[in-house]
Design a protein around this ligand. Structure first.
Ligand code: SAM
Length: 213
Protein backbone atom coordinates (compact mmCIF):
# COMPACT_ATOMS: atom_id res chain seq x y z
CA UNK A 1 0.00 0.00 0.00
CA UNK A 2 1.33 3.43 -1.04
CA UNK A 3 2.09 5.80 1.85
CA UNK A 4 1.14 9.33 0.96
CA UNK A 5 3.32 12.37 1.60
CA UNK A 6 0.53 13.69 3.82
CA UNK A 7 0.79 10.53 5.92
CA UNK A 8 4.52 11.11 6.26
CA UNK A 9 3.76 14.70 7.25
CA UNK A 10 1.30 13.56 9.90
CA UNK A 11 3.90 11.26 11.54
CA UNK A 12 6.24 12.26 14.31
CA UNK A 13 8.83 14.95 13.44
CA UNK A 14 11.69 12.52 12.71
CA UNK A 15 9.57 10.78 10.09
CA UNK A 16 8.43 14.13 8.68
CA UNK A 17 12.11 14.97 8.24
CA UNK A 18 12.48 11.87 6.06
CA UNK A 19 9.56 12.93 3.83
CA UNK A 20 11.70 14.91 1.37
CA UNK A 21 14.16 12.05 1.09
CA UNK A 22 11.35 9.63 0.28
CA UNK A 23 9.75 12.04 -2.18
CA UNK A 24 13.10 12.85 -3.81
CA UNK A 25 13.78 9.12 -4.18
CA UNK A 26 10.31 8.71 -5.73
CA UNK A 27 11.46 10.69 -8.77
CA UNK A 28 13.96 8.01 -9.78
CA UNK A 29 12.47 4.85 -8.35
CA UNK A 30 8.91 5.59 -9.43
CA UNK A 31 9.93 7.11 -12.78
CA UNK A 32 7.93 10.15 -11.66
CA UNK A 33 6.98 12.10 -14.83
CA UNK A 34 4.07 14.18 -13.56
CA UNK A 35 6.01 17.50 -13.28
CA UNK A 36 7.18 17.45 -16.90
CA UNK A 37 3.80 16.24 -18.21
CA UNK A 38 1.92 19.01 -16.38
CA UNK A 39 4.42 21.68 -17.41
CA UNK A 40 4.17 20.59 -21.07
CA UNK A 41 0.36 20.85 -21.06
CA UNK A 42 0.34 24.29 -19.42
CA UNK A 43 3.16 25.57 -21.61
CA UNK A 44 1.43 24.40 -24.81
CA UNK A 45 -1.73 26.39 -23.92
CA UNK A 46 -0.14 29.49 -22.38
CA UNK A 47 -0.24 32.56 -24.66
CA UNK A 48 0.74 35.36 -22.23
CA UNK A 49 4.11 36.92 -21.37
CA UNK A 50 6.13 34.22 -19.58
CA UNK A 51 8.61 36.67 -18.06
CA UNK A 52 5.92 38.38 -16.02
CA UNK A 53 3.37 35.58 -15.52
CA UNK A 54 2.84 34.88 -11.81
CA UNK A 55 2.88 31.10 -11.28
CA UNK A 56 1.70 29.56 -8.00
CA UNK A 57 3.16 26.07 -7.41
CA UNK A 58 0.88 24.49 -4.81
CA UNK A 59 2.33 21.49 -2.90
CA UNK A 60 5.57 22.47 -4.64
CA UNK A 61 7.67 19.83 -2.85
CA UNK A 62 11.30 20.22 -3.86
CA UNK A 63 10.43 22.45 -6.84
CA UNK A 64 10.35 20.02 -9.77
CA UNK A 65 7.33 21.60 -11.48
CA UNK A 66 8.69 25.14 -11.32
CA UNK A 67 12.06 23.87 -12.62
CA UNK A 68 10.29 22.37 -15.64
CA UNK A 69 8.32 25.58 -16.21
CA UNK A 70 11.51 27.61 -15.87
CA UNK A 71 12.98 25.53 -18.71
CA UNK A 72 9.90 26.55 -20.74
CA UNK A 73 10.44 30.29 -20.18
CA UNK A 74 8.41 31.03 -17.04
CA UNK A 75 10.27 33.13 -14.46
CA UNK A 76 7.99 34.29 -11.66
CA UNK A 77 7.33 31.50 -9.12
CA UNK A 78 5.58 31.36 -5.73
CA UNK A 79 5.42 28.10 -3.80
CA UNK A 80 3.36 26.57 -1.00
CA UNK A 81 3.86 23.22 0.73
CA UNK A 82 2.95 21.55 4.01
CA UNK A 83 6.49 20.37 4.73
CA UNK A 84 9.19 22.74 6.02
CA UNK A 85 11.82 20.23 4.95
CA UNK A 86 10.52 20.17 1.35
CA UNK A 87 10.37 23.96 1.34
CA UNK A 88 14.01 24.11 2.48
CA UNK A 89 15.05 22.04 -0.54
CA UNK A 90 12.86 24.13 -2.87
CA UNK A 91 14.41 27.32 -1.48
CA UNK A 92 17.91 26.10 -2.34
CA UNK A 93 16.88 25.95 -6.02
CA UNK A 94 16.67 29.75 -5.98
CA UNK A 95 13.63 29.76 -8.27
CA UNK A 96 10.91 31.05 -6.01
CA UNK A 97 10.15 34.69 -5.15
CA UNK A 98 8.29 33.47 -2.07
CA UNK A 99 7.70 30.13 -0.33
CA UNK A 100 5.03 29.59 2.33
CA UNK A 101 4.22 26.69 4.62
CA UNK A 102 0.55 25.63 4.76
CA UNK A 103 -1.33 22.39 5.43
CA UNK A 104 -3.90 22.50 2.65
CA UNK A 105 -7.35 21.43 3.73
CA UNK A 106 -6.60 22.47 7.32
CA UNK A 107 -5.58 26.08 6.65
CA UNK A 108 -6.57 28.46 3.83
CA UNK A 109 -4.16 28.88 0.94
CA UNK A 110 -1.99 31.80 2.18
CA UNK A 111 -2.06 33.94 -0.98
CA UNK A 112 -4.28 36.68 -2.34
CA UNK A 113 -7.40 35.78 -4.32
CA UNK A 114 -7.31 36.51 -8.06
CA UNK A 115 -3.57 37.10 -8.28
CA UNK A 116 -1.98 34.28 -10.36
CA UNK A 117 -1.75 33.76 -14.11
CA UNK A 118 -1.22 30.04 -13.54
CA UNK A 119 -1.80 27.74 -10.55
CA UNK A 120 -0.24 24.27 -10.70
CA UNK A 121 -0.78 21.37 -8.28
CA UNK A 122 1.11 18.23 -9.24
CA UNK A 123 1.29 14.94 -7.37
CA UNK A 124 -0.68 16.14 -4.36
CA UNK A 125 -4.37 15.94 -5.25
CA UNK A 126 -4.88 12.25 -4.50
CA UNK A 127 -6.32 10.00 -1.80
CA UNK A 128 -4.69 10.68 1.56
CA UNK A 129 -3.04 13.94 0.47
CA UNK A 130 -4.77 17.22 -0.39
CA UNK A 131 -8.59 17.11 -0.05
CA UNK A 132 -10.74 17.72 -3.16
CA UNK A 133 -12.33 20.79 -1.51
CA UNK A 134 -9.02 22.64 -2.04
CA UNK A 135 -9.77 22.81 -5.80
CA UNK A 136 -12.09 25.74 -5.13
CA UNK A 137 -9.21 27.58 -3.43
CA UNK A 138 -6.94 26.94 -6.43
CA UNK A 139 -9.62 28.46 -8.66
CA UNK A 140 -10.07 31.38 -6.27
CA UNK A 141 -6.39 32.47 -6.34
CA UNK A 142 -6.15 32.37 -10.16
CA UNK A 143 -6.72 35.64 -12.03
CA UNK A 144 -9.79 35.85 -14.27
CA UNK A 145 -8.52 34.20 -17.48
CA UNK A 146 -5.76 32.43 -15.51
CA UNK A 147 -4.98 28.73 -15.83
CA UNK A 148 -5.30 25.96 -13.24
CA UNK A 149 -3.31 22.79 -13.96
CA UNK A 150 -3.89 19.72 -11.78
CA UNK A 151 -2.73 16.11 -11.86
CA UNK A 152 -4.04 12.99 -10.19
CA UNK A 153 -3.26 9.26 -10.32
CA UNK A 154 -5.42 6.74 -12.16
CA UNK A 155 -4.65 3.66 -10.01
CA UNK A 156 -7.37 1.66 -8.25
CA UNK A 157 -6.47 3.06 -4.81
CA UNK A 158 -7.23 6.55 -6.13
CA UNK A 159 -10.40 5.71 -8.10
CA UNK A 160 -12.90 7.13 -5.58
CA UNK A 161 -10.84 10.31 -5.13
CA UNK A 162 -10.49 10.78 -8.90
CA UNK A 163 -14.26 10.45 -9.40
CA UNK A 164 -14.89 13.04 -6.68
CA UNK A 165 -12.27 15.34 -8.24
CA UNK A 166 -13.80 15.08 -11.72
CA UNK A 167 -17.32 15.64 -10.35
CA UNK A 168 -16.04 18.85 -8.73
CA UNK A 169 -14.39 19.97 -12.00
CA UNK A 170 -17.63 19.29 -13.92
CA UNK A 171 -19.83 21.14 -11.48
CA UNK A 172 -17.47 24.15 -11.68
CA UNK A 173 -17.82 24.05 -15.49
CA UNK A 174 -21.60 23.93 -15.12
CA UNK A 175 -21.46 26.92 -12.76
CA UNK A 176 -19.41 28.78 -15.43
CA UNK A 177 -16.49 29.23 -13.01
CA UNK A 178 -14.02 27.89 -15.57
CA UNK A 179 -13.74 26.03 -18.88
CA UNK A 180 -11.78 22.89 -19.61
CA UNK A 181 -8.84 23.64 -21.91
CA UNK A 182 -7.22 20.21 -22.14
CA UNK A 183 -7.00 16.78 -20.48
CA UNK A 184 -4.18 14.32 -21.02
CA UNK A 185 -4.51 10.70 -19.89
CA UNK A 186 -1.15 8.96 -19.59
CA UNK A 187 -0.90 5.17 -19.37
CA UNK A 188 2.65 5.00 -17.99
CA UNK A 189 2.36 7.75 -15.38
CA UNK A 190 4.70 6.23 -12.83
CA UNK A 191 5.90 2.86 -11.63
CA UNK A 192 3.33 0.91 -9.56
CA UNK A 193 4.13 0.29 -5.90
CA UNK A 194 1.35 -2.25 -5.32
CA UNK A 195 1.15 -5.78 -6.72
CA UNK A 196 -2.55 -5.10 -7.49
CA UNK A 197 -1.40 -3.08 -10.51
CA UNK A 198 0.50 -3.63 -13.75
CA UNK A 199 4.11 -2.44 -13.86
CA UNK A 200 3.03 1.18 -14.30
CA UNK A 201 -0.06 3.05 -13.12
CA UNK A 202 -1.95 5.58 -15.26
CA UNK A 203 -2.42 9.25 -14.40
CA UNK A 204 -4.01 12.36 -15.79
CA UNK A 205 -3.28 16.07 -16.25
CA UNK A 206 -6.21 18.50 -16.36
CA UNK A 207 -6.02 22.11 -17.54
CA UNK A 208 -8.77 24.64 -16.83
CA UNK A 209 -9.09 28.35 -17.55
CA UNK A 210 -10.88 30.59 -15.07
CA UNK A 211 -13.79 32.55 -16.52
CA UNK A 212 -13.35 36.30 -16.86
CA UNK A 213 -15.41 38.43 -14.45
C1 SAM B 1 4.58 13.79 -4.48
S1 SAM B 1 5.06 15.32 -3.76
C2 SAM B 1 4.87 16.38 -5.23
C3 SAM B 1 5.71 17.60 -5.15
C4 SAM B 1 5.77 18.43 -6.43
N1 SAM B 1 4.51 19.05 -6.73
C5 SAM B 1 6.23 17.56 -7.56
O1 SAM B 1 5.41 17.21 -8.42
O2 SAM B 1 7.42 17.21 -7.57
C6 SAM B 1 3.63 15.81 -2.81
C7 SAM B 1 3.83 17.10 -2.05
O3 SAM B 1 2.59 17.48 -1.49
C8 SAM B 1 2.81 17.95 -0.18
N2 SAM B 1 1.55 17.76 0.54
C9 SAM B 1 0.84 16.61 0.68
N3 SAM B 1 -0.30 16.85 1.36
C10 SAM B 1 -0.29 18.18 1.65
C11 SAM B 1 -1.19 19.05 2.32
N4 SAM B 1 -2.36 18.60 2.83
N5 SAM B 1 -0.88 20.36 2.42
C12 SAM B 1 0.28 20.83 1.90
N6 SAM B 1 1.17 20.07 1.25
C13 SAM B 1 0.88 18.75 1.13
C14 SAM B 1 3.98 17.15 0.36
O4 SAM B 1 4.66 17.83 1.41
C15 SAM B 1 4.82 17.00 -0.89
O5 SAM B 1 5.76 18.04 -1.00
Amino acid sequence: MRMSCAEHLAKEPTVALLTPLLCVQDVGILEYRAPSLAAELLSAAYRGNRDTAAVLDVACGTGLVSSELHNMGFRNFFGVDGSHAMLDIAKRKGLYKELKQCMLGMEPLPVQAGSFDAVVTVGALSAGNVPVAVVKELWQVAKPGGYVCITTRGDVDNLKYRTELENTFDSMVQDALWVQVDVREVEQWERAVSNKEAEHIPGVVYLYRKSSD
